[in-house]
Design a binder for this molecule. Structure first.
Ligand code: BGC
Length: 743
């Protein structure tokens, strides 16, 4: 059949043999045949039209041929409310309220790909119901500095973890006929000067740290679209960048989907024509607030591109390639036949959101207040008559603000709602500090009298309570966890450090919840007995929090990034300002491949809380790791097995992590690198054998002299741990390439 259609097409009779409909409309035909058929019927003007926006969040189809337009939507934590056709205002619809899913940092902290699959399925169903074709997410930029205002939208500091976790999200999302759009490709690791900062880094850092998660999204997830970043890379804007788009993405990785700009990320017609961009969106705005006087015909990839094509200044093949990619995307999404209908804000989606929250919350500290007492968590309600909840984040609508990931939420259980539902009348609330309204602009100073009175009231009430649950952290205001700006300092904002100190001065029974997508400095660490990293959890957040604090759910989240003690303990900040934030024009990633725990381990600078760390209400004992052989050869696998036992009194889940270490390398290698993890559930007393495999690919580094991945022959170790800083068992082996004896 396929051959017959191909022959018919080649003969110039582009009607399907199945019926008298054009081949491109015949969904039984192979995708590529349909794309080529549609292309062959289109005028140059029609091809160019496919390459740019027609409104803020839609791009053109080919109306003459019945080829439909594309509707794009943010992403990545839920489907954003409808935006006006021609400006950034909200359209004011009343049927666009959705489920807010936990932020991607929380998803990464579950270390559970099944959670990621559930997330992708549920958000895909919501996007489908809302008639979206492309969801702008997930984001997999690497967490380089805790100051990056957008870390909450990403999956942490490790390329392997981010890669494994993004794949099921993409696959399940796309089963709904909605494309994932991976962002922001690449090196958008800070928001400060994001529109123009020119990132310089080594080939090793590029390939070993910043690209692998994108590669996994493209090659394993088979994402249908990807969004270029705002910044420059080695002198060229990321949205039209020969190296990362043409050479790496489209050539080396064989990506057949669409490269779209970040909104307003296109800067030049010729570069956009030549260097890998397919669709231009959001031009002539700063991506956030201002509207242009230019029409969509003035876009770089609109009339100016057509002029260049007609003048022969750029090849027709450039537009044929772009248009073919857009047609492929249209056929995969908006013109996909028999699409599921989708669904919106269902109980099932709330269950998914709650489950991800349950598994993503990380217990950082849980110490007894005095020697005679048990640890504070899980909360034993019999011990406390009066529970005081303090903090702005206990009631704040944390899905407002933060930039494009902002959501209009149908239902929302705040931390205070969740705790009240669990502990009823025992719960009292006071705000404690104020943080202003969510907004993009600078937060005006809060009058001192207001701060003082809130603080005094909180301290007074804390002194009269038996337990204090402090719900603080960052929020979605500018200079916090928010797009288009970085945090101004590593400490907690809004006077929270002083407030925490004063409260613990009158009541030592404090459980501190950090709602944030970033690490924060903890000068009060010794005074606070229980600390819980609670992320931004979306619609069901308060429920997940109550589940974990009460012990109904045993926490099993593990940190997807390190918490440095001081900012300068983080690799990006250990150098001069050229490393972070740059001189406003350029920056150089001076820590090179030593990002996150790779820096802490290799430089022997302990983290406050290390990558992969998270406590449980039970204990796990690791036995001795066994390895299937002493020698690894190319094309072979070694199997590593380790028994893990739940030695405590309650059931729990543990994330067993496998890191690889090269004993003596010719080049710099991090002390350890994550190459595998498994999450297992164990009943009290139960033991499970946990199995990993290691292949030669897990031993490789990117050799910049060969411009290829390479493993050195020699001794390696696998390190099995409960975090990057707590290795429980290890085993050694030798790598011997197959041809070694013949050299
Ligand atoms: C953001 C993108 C977002 C786009 C559309 C940009 O400002 O960087 O992540 O998808 O706007 O809202």
């Amino acid at each position: 059949m396929k051959n017959k259609s191909l022959i018919t097409l080649l003969m110039g009779v582009s009607f399907s043999s199945f019926a008298q409909i054009p081949v491109y409309q015949d969904v039984r035909q192979p995708l590529e045949l349909r794309v080529q058929d549609a292309l062959s019927r289109m005028t140059l003007e029609e091809k160019v039209k496919l390459c740019h926006a027609q409104s803020k969040f839609s791009s053109n189809g080919v109306p003459r041929l019945g080829i439909s337009e594309l509707w794009w939507s943010d992403g990545p934590h839920g489907v954003r409310a409808e935006i006006n056709w021609n400006d950034w205002g909200y359209a004011g619809w009343t049927n666009d309220s959705v489920t807010a899913f936990p932020a991607l940092t929380c998803l990464a902290a579950t270390w559970n790909p099944e959670m990621s699959a559930g997330y992708g399925r549920a958000i895909g169903e919501e996007a489908r119901y809302r008639k979206k074709d492309v969801l702008l997410g997930p984001g997999v930029n690497i967490y380089r500095t805790p100051l990056n205002g957008r870390n909450f939208e990403y999956m942490g500091e490790d390329p392997y973890l981010a890669g494994v976790m993004c794949v099921p999200y993409i696959q399940e999302l796309q089963k709904n006929g909605v494309a994932a759009c991976i962002k922001h490709y690449a090196l958008n690791n800070q928001e400060l000067w994001r529109g123009h900062i020119d990132v310089e880094l080594s080939d090793r850092a590029l390939h070993e740290i910043y690209l692998p998660a994108f590669k996994a999204a493209v090659q394993e997830g088979e994402a249908w679209s990807i969004m270029g970043a705002y910044n420059k890379i080695r002198g060229q804007h990321a949205c039209h960048n020969d190296l990362i788009l043409n050479q790496i993405l489209k050539n080396d990785w064989a990506f057949d989907g669409v490269v779209v700009t970040d909104w307003g990320g296109c800067h030049d017609t010729q570069e956009a024509a030549l260097y890998g961009l397919d669709v231009e969106m959001g031009s002539y705005t700063n991506g956030l607030t201002s509207e242009s006087e230019f029409s969509y015909e003035d876009y770089f990839l609109a009339q100016p591109y057509l002029n260049m094509l007609q003048a022969g200044a750029v090849c027709q093949s450039t537009v044929d390639d772009k248009a073919a990619r857009v047609l492929r995307l249209i056929f995969r999404t908006s013109m996909l036949p028999d699409k599921p209908f989708g669904s919106l804000a269902t109980q099932d989606h709330y269950d998914v959101a709650e489950a991800i929250g349950n598994e993503g919350i990380v217990l950082l500290k849980n110490a007894p207040v005095s020697k005679k007492q048990k640890a504070l968590l899980p909360i034993d309600p019999a011990r406390y008559k009066r529970i005081l909840v303090v903090g702005d984040n206990a009631t704040r609508l944390l899905n407002e603000g933060g930039g494009s990931s902002e959501l209009k939420v149908k239902d929302m259980i705040s931390p205070l709602d969740g705790l009240k539902a669990r502990y009823g009348d025992k719960v009292n609330y006071t705000q404690g500090y104020t943080a202003g309204r969510p907004m993009y602009g600078r937060i005006e100073g809060i009058p001192q009298s207001i701060s003082d009175s809130l603080r005094k009231e909180a301290v007074r009430m804390a002194a009269e309570s038996d337990l204090v649950i402090f719900v603080g952290g960052l929020n979605k205001n500018h200079y916090q966890d928010c797009e288009a700006g970085d945090r101004l300092s590593y400490g907690l904002p809004f006077g929270q450090d002083e407030l925490i100190r004063e409260i613990t001065g009158v009541n030592k029974n404090m459980v501190l919840l950090l709602l944030s997508g970033n690490a924060v400095e903890m000068p009060w660490l010794d005074q606070v007995p229980a600390i819980v990293q609670s992320w931004y959890l979306g619609s069901m957040g308060g429920k997940s929090i109550a589940n974990v604090l009460s012990g109904d759910i045993n926490p099993s989240g593990k940190l997807p990034f390190s918490f440095p003690v001081r900012l300068n303990d983080c690799g990006a900040h250990a150098f001069d300002e050229m490393s972070y934030p740059g001189d406003s024009i350029r920056q150089i990633y001076k820590e090179d491949i030593l990002v996150g725990y790779r820096w802490h381990d290799t430089k022997e600078i302990p983290a406050l809380f290390p990558f992969g760390y998270g406590m449980s209400y039970t204990d796990f004992e690791y036995g001795k790791a066994r390895i299937s052989g002493q020698t690894l050869r190319d094309e072979q696998l070694l199997t590593i097995t380790v028994p893990v036992k739940n030695t405590g009194k309650v059931a729990g889940k543990e994330v067993i992590q496998l890191y690889v270490n090269e004993a003596e390398a010719k080049v710099l290698r991090p002390t350890k690198e994550l190459k595998g993890f498994r999450k297992v559930e164990l009943q009290p007393g139960e033991t499970q054998e946990v199995t990993f495999t290691v292949s030669v690919d897990d031993l490789k580094y990117y050799d910049d002299t060969r411009q290829a991945w390479h493993a050195e022959p020699g001794a390696f170790r696998v390190l099995i741990g409960t975090s990057s800083a707590d290795i429980r068992s290890e085993a050694g082996f030798n790598y011997e390439p197959a041809l070694m004896g013949n050299k």
